[in-house]
Design a protein around this ligand. Sequence first.
Ligand SMILES: [Zn+2]
Length: 142
Amino acid sequence: MTPQPVRLPSVTYAGRTYTRVSSGNNVGRYRCTSGARDSLQRDAWRASGKKIPRGFVIVNHRRDYTTTNLDDLECVPKEDVASATLARATTPKRCLACGELFGRRYGARYRETSVQFRRRKTCGMKCQGLWKQGRPRGGRMP
Ligand SMILES: [Zn+2]
């Protein structure tokens, strides 16, 4: 038996099908499977009669890529999204164990990714240990 191809999740909007993008920069977003392969939320925005100026993108702050509710969507300049992402990746955070501010790790041999930095709760290994001790086994991260 040949295995059946995995069907990607999809939604129907205004009579057209939009399938979840599974790789690349647009992972998680929904794109139309026919005609102009535009994204679900761009089409929803334009269907309401609003324009998307050149260089602008449609964002949903909760990262719900299936919503077509215009109250949840916002049309913003592309640069603003990039700078918001950069700010999240570079703004110092407060250590949950000692309360000191700490930044993203940049070293000659090791560079922390923005996602690693966002997930890190403490300033270093010592605080990481202290912080973990104070928490129940398998306890949820705050
Ligand atoms: Zn600390």
